[in-house]
Structures are given as structure tokens and as C-alpha cells.
Write a protein that binds this ligand. Structure first.
Ligand SMILES: [Zn+2]
Length: 256
């Protein structure tokens, strides 16, 4: 089959050394989704593609395609998120985000919103030390849940339709339950996994499920509200993905 070329913008999720001087990159691309790309002779520092073949560098790339295999021909870095490497907690979170994306994306299926969420999160981790890490993590988790189709129903009580006194969030069902329907409450009620919900967090959750990609981090919230969000964002995502992540275990072992 003839070789063709194409241009795309992509970020390196993972790099693996291959045959001494080559690398196999796993990229998240704006037009191709997750793809594997072979990079020849890229480990030499003088290689023009050296910078773009490193993890978390976002580049404009020229790829060749032959027999369904991609190879990196040329690349120009757009954003290297260099400061990530200077903050251990930031890089630990970046590794967690990347491990999730490697796990939930399917080769060849593209979703620009996933790429946008990852780029925006890395930008804040690298360039905005005043934004709390726990905010970046929680927003990433809630938004990713939504993009993957686990969007919770936040409008009204799942059982009776009431729109007030929504005091419980059902992690398993992705819904809210009112005070009356939950009765005495408790952690587990039938198939449900209930966590207490501060009603103040509902508008924030609605925002995170509906906001435009580029506005997803553009909200203010106080520490109390943020700690409410943090209490179930991770639990919710992991429950619906049905698995844990080594990078997350590491993150908690170091940063609590
Ligand atoms: Zn109810």
C-alpha cells in the first residue's frame, strides 16, 4: 500500500524506547484520537523530533501512514508544559490523568473534548501554582465522568421528582435523592451507594457537566465547597470505570 502523510496536533501520553534509538509513542490527537506512532532515531539529542517525542509535549506533527502503521516524520512543539517537571505533585497528577486516558480511550476513536480537558488540566498544573491541585483533580474527574457517558442526573430526586432537599448523591446510580426518599440514609441502601450531598455543590456539579470545554475551570468556589466536590469526584469516576490506577495509589501514598 502506498505511503500517505497527514498533519495532526497531538500530545504524548506515553513513550517507550524501542530498538535502542527508536521510540513507540502513544499519542492523543485532535483528529485521530489515541494512536501509536513509531519514531525513528529520536533518542539522539540532535534529532529535530527529540523534543516532540517526550511525554506531555504537545506538537504539530506530520505523520506518515503505511499499512495502517503511523510514523512520525516531522514535529514542531506547540506547548511543552515544562514546569510540570519542577513540581512533584503536579507530575504525579499528570501521570494519573494520563494513565486514565490510556485506559479509557480506544485507538482510532477521537473526542476533542478529552484532549481539551487534558491540555487545560496540564496547563493549570504547569503554569498556575495558585490553583489548588485538588480542584484540578476533582474537575478532571467529574468532567471525564461526563464525557465518558456517566453524566449524573442532577435535576431532581430520582425517586419522587422533588427538586428541593436533595441531600444525597447516589454514586452507583449517578443521581440525587431527596431527604425524604433516603429515609434514615446510610452508606448503602439496596443497589445504591449514598454519600451526603451539600446542596451548595449541586450548581457546581451542573456547571461541570454542562460548561463549554474552554470554560470548565473558570469558576470560583470556596474551600468548603471544593472539599465537598473532592469527597466524591474520585469515588464516582473509579466506581464507573470499575478499576483503580497505580498512579493514583502512588499519589495518595505521597500526598494523602
Ligand atoms: Zn425523593
Amino acid at each position: 500500500m502506498a505511503q500517505t502523510t497527514l498533519r495532526t496536533k497531538a500530545i504524548v501520553l506515553q513513550e517507550v524506547v524501542y530498538k535502542d534509538s527508536d521510540k513507540i509513542l502513544t499519542l492523543l490527537s485532535d483528529t485521530l484520537g489515541k494512536i501509536s506512532v513509531r519514531c525513528r532515531g529520536v533518542r539522539a539529542l540532535k534529532s529535530r523530533r527529540f523534543a516532540s517525542s517526550q511525554q506531555y509535549v504537545y506538537s504539530d506533527m506530520l505523520l506518515s501512514v503505511k499499512n495502517g502503521q503511523y510514523a512520525l516524520e516531522e514535529a514542531e512543539p506547540i506547548e511543552s508544559f515544562f514546569s510540570l517537571r519542577e513540581r512533584f505533585e503536579a507530575i504525579a497528577l499528570a501521570n494519573y490523568f494520563a494513565e486514565i486516558l490510556l485506559s479509557v480511550t480506544v485507538e482510532g476513536e477521537h473526542d476533542e473534548s478529552l484532549l481539551s480537558l487534558f491540555l487545560n488540566s496540564l496547563y493549570l498544573l504547569a503554569e498556575k501554582p495558585d490553583v489548588p491541585y485538588e480542584k484540578i483533580k476533582a474537575v478532571f474527574e467529574v468532567r471525564l465522568s461526563t464525557l465518558l457517558g456517566f453524566m449524573p442526573n442532577l435535576d431532581a430526586c430520582e425517586d419522587c421528582g422533588r427538586r428541593d432537599s436533595l441531600c444525597w448523591f447516589d454514586i452507583a446510580g449517578g443521581s440525587v435523592i431527596c431527604e425524604r426518599c433516603a429515609g434514615a440514609g446510610g452508606e448503602i441502601m439496596g443497589e445504591r451507594i449514598l454519600v451526603p450531598l451539600d446542596e451548595g455543590v449541586l450548581p457546581l456539579l451542573r456547571y461541570l457537566t454542562l460548561a463549554e470545554d474552554k470554560r470548565i475551570f473558570s469558576f470560583r468556589c470556596d474551600g468548603r465547597l471544593l472539599s465537598e466536590l473532592v469527597r466524591f469526584s474520585e469515588k464516582y469516576l473509579l466506581y464507573h470505570l470499575g478499576r483503580g490506577f497505580d498512579t493514583l495509589t502512588f499519589y495518595h501514598s505521597v500526598y494523602g
